[in-house]
Design a binder for this molecule. Structure first.
Ligand SMILES: Cc1ncc(COP(=O)(O)O)c(C=O)c1O
Length: 415
């Protein structure tokens, strides 16, 4: 008799031989494991890249949901075009144009956050063994997306003016030597870099455009934080200089809410159909309801004053963190001074390995992301860490930085 009871013990199969090579390339991220430790309520976490939840526009989202259901429910709950909801694409094209990204609705594709855009870029461009040129450190989520497609990385340094673009040609040469073909694209985070907090200078933006043109390389410009500037002048996106070779990525995650999962790609029209086909296979289209809701909020002109409010609150949190670092951290530490965004990058004395030190920090009830995780080849960041300043209120920022200062002093034998 075969036991068909639903409570029976179900054997565990060995799935290994059935899995794709791609899945085997997806390494479980060390930081996800570490971050599980930070879920305890008494830990002050500077680890995630989370916006401040108390600033989510609950009332406006609620009103937009009601309005959309009442007036357009039949369309808002239906399947939609892969490219995205046209009125939202029109709004995005106009706002991108004002920002300096040449856009018309036909070259805007709505995605499930910019994380999906990164994945689609991997799907469309990367064959196993291809090289991508990026800064060292760089955005962890991009590495994770592209590793699945078998990407390799040639990296260039990063300093206070952002990616050191003059090293790109050498990185290009190395890629050609090692793979026998040119790298696929240059990945750049121009504003308030994740994780480093730095901004690419105007001069380097122009140089980057020149170098990419000379080498005939596409540029992937990932810009989730551009609207969150707390000091200094806005700079033109790299896309302004070379729209014909730039794939620009934007998102509502940091300016509205990440839970809607809405981002967008602006790219040359000839590339649109490639991305559309890649996206069709992944999810047919981005959630229609979320797009209608975001469109309603945007069309009402809510976003601009909301971003002003975010800037005020996040600037205060950034300043609080900078002041607390100066007050509580021992000598021999340094950190970046981000002009916007959500993160700063701190360095501690070389004798401290921030991955090892993480356990001590958690004992002191405070968390961060160890720097090595942002190095695509694992070749640096050993004494660095990424600190997020948007999520915690100022009093927690002060307390968390104080706790980290205590842990550092204990580690250095100063306490
Ligand atoms: C540089 C960068 N790119 C992409 C993303 C993904 O954002 P989302 O998928 O929420 O739009 C993030 C999120 O933190 C990011 O920092």
């Amino acid at each position: 008799m075969i036991d068909l009871s639903l409570d029976r013990e179900i054997p565990v199969l060995d799935w290994g031989p059935h899995l794709s090579g791609r899945v085997k390339r997806m390494k479980s991220s060390a930081i996800r494991e570490l971050l599980k430790l930070t879920q305890q309520p008494d830990i002050i976490s500077f680890a995630g890249g989370l916006p401040a939840p108390e600033l989510f526009p609950l009332r406006e989202v609620e009103e937009a949901c009601r309005y959309v259901i009442r007036t357009e429910g039949d369309r808002a709950l239906q399947y939609g075009p892969t490219e995205g909801y046209l009125p939202l694409r029109e709004w995005l094209a106009t706002s991108m144009h004002k920002y300096g990204v040449p856009a018309v609705p036909d070259n805007v594709l709505v995605t499930n956050g910019s994380q999906q855009a990164l994945d689609l870029i991997g799907k469309v461009f990367i064959d196993p063994g291809d090289f991508v040129i990026t800064s060292r450190p760089t955005y962890l989520g991009a590495i994770q997306a592209w590793n699945a497609y078998g990407a390799r990385y040639q990296t260039v340094d990063l300093d206070d003016d952002g990616m050191v673009v003059d090293q790109i040609e050498e990185a290009y040469e190395r890629a050609v030597r090692e793979s026998g073909r040119p790298p696929k694209f240059i990945y750049v985070l121009p504003n308030f870099h994740n994780p480093a907090g730095t901004t690419l200078s105007l001069e380097r933006r122009q140089r980057l455009a020149e170098i990419a043109t000379r080498l005939d390389l596409p540029i992937v410009e990932d810009d989730p934080y551009g609207a969150l500037r707390y000091e200094g002048e806005d700079l033109p996106p790299v896309c302004t200089y070379v729209p014909e070779r730039t794939i620009y990525l934007g998102t509502f995650s940091k300016t509205l809410t990440p839970g809607l999962r809405l981002g967008w790609i602006v790219c040359p029209e000839v590339l649109m159909k490639r991305f559309v086909l890649a996206k069709q296979g992944a999810d047919l289209h981005t959630g229609t309801f979320a797009q209608f809701v975001a469109n309603d909020i945007c069309q009402r002109g809510f976003l601009k004053p909301h971003i002003q409010r975010l800037r005020r609150v996040y600037k205060e949190r950034r300043d609080t963190m900078l002041e607390a670092l100066a007050e509580f951290w021992p000598e021999g530490c340094s950190w970046t001074h981000p002009q916007g965004g959500l993160f700063l990058w701190a360095r501690v004395p070389e004798s401290i390995d921030t991955t090892e030190f993480f356990k001590r920090a958690v004992e002191e009830k405070v968390a961060y992301v160890p720097g090595v995780n942002f190095y695509p080849n694992g070749d640096g960041g050993f004494n660095a860490m990424r600190l997020n300043f948007s999520y915690s209120p100022p009093e927690k920022i002060v307390e968390g930085i104080r706790r980290l200062g205590v842990a550092l002093k204990k580690e250095l034998g100063m306490m």
